[in-house]
Design a protein around this ligand. Structure first.
Ligand SMILES: [Zn+2]
Length: 261
């Protein structure tokens, strides 16, 4: 039995999913290089086990689906990766003889975390439901190679933070960010220069995603672009929700131990 639209299927996968592994043998080693979807570090993911599924195994033209169980050496989060493998045959002609090389490429279709995850969301207090929801969707898009969508969502998350949580006034994100520079915010946090710079970059890049630029070279969002935005966003979340709490606790501890009033 032939899969009639194999080419179409392959094209669709290549356009929508990320190639996570490319090698000249059929076997997958004990480690997969990649970015951990939870802590976002560039690591060698430890491969625990693999399983192979070949529908209609009598037809060698059909792609193979491979499930891989991995663990991040940094944060120890475990995940299942569902991947599809395409094999490209490359002929080497040498005089009358002809040999073949095969390149095996693995595209990641889904990643299913074993336990609850997401570093950003751990740092956002639970009462900020809307911010948590948007950050979680941005993170989901990132993990599933939807870089344009994640850029737009990080911008949306910044606006929720700035307008709804920090209480900035103004009818555009630009004006709200300007307002924050000269007014005290609802959480009374002394915002740093880096906060203002990072928020502006996320706004500008998110806008490029939402409103296609005249410059066609800016239409595509790379993995680096999207992970860069993630890191800036994480630093903002840290500044607003993590640093002040840690600082307060440290001050209280010192005051108590040194019997300061
Ligand atoms: Zn990790």
């Amino acid at each position: 039995m032939n899969l009639i639209n194999l080419e179409e299927f392959e094209q669709y996968i290549k356009e929508n999913y990320e190639c996570i592994y490319e090698l000249d043998t059929d076997s997958i080693s004990q480690e997969l290089p990649g970015i951990c979807d939870c802590c976002k570090r560039d690591v060698f993911l430890k491969v625990y086990s693999k399983s192979y599924e070949t529908p209609y195994y009598t037809d060698t033209n059909l792609p193979r689906f491979i499930n891989i169980y991995i663990e991040c050496p940094n944060c120890r989060k475990k995940s299942f990766l569902q991947t599809v493998q395409f094999v490209e045959q490359i002929a080497n002609v040498n005089g009358n003889s002809r040999t073949y090389n095969y390149i095996h490429r693995l595209y990641m279709l889904y990643r299913i975390p074993v336990s609850n995850e997401n570093y950003i969301n751990e740092d956002i207090p639970s009462e900020y439901i809307s911010l948590k929801g948007t950050a979680s969707e941005a993170d989901y898009c990132l993990a599933n190679s939807k870089f344009l969508a994640s850029a737009i969502l990080f911008r949306r998350a910044i606006q929720i933070l700035v307008k709804d949580i920090l209480g900035a006034k103004g009818n555009s994100l630009y004006k709200q960010l300007e307002w924050l520079k000269s007014n005290e915010n609802t959480l009374k946090i002394d915002l740093s220069e880096v906060f203002h710079e990072n928020a502006k970059i996320i706004k500008d890049i998110g806008n490029q995603g939402a409103h296609p630029d005249e410059d066609i070279t800016l239409h595509e969002f790379t993995k680096n672009d999207a992970y860069g935005l993630h890191d800036l966003f994480l630093s903002i979340i840290h500044e607003i929700f993590v640093k002040p709490v840690k600082m307060k606790a440290l001050q209280e501890e010192l005051k108590r131990s040194r019997k300061l009033k």
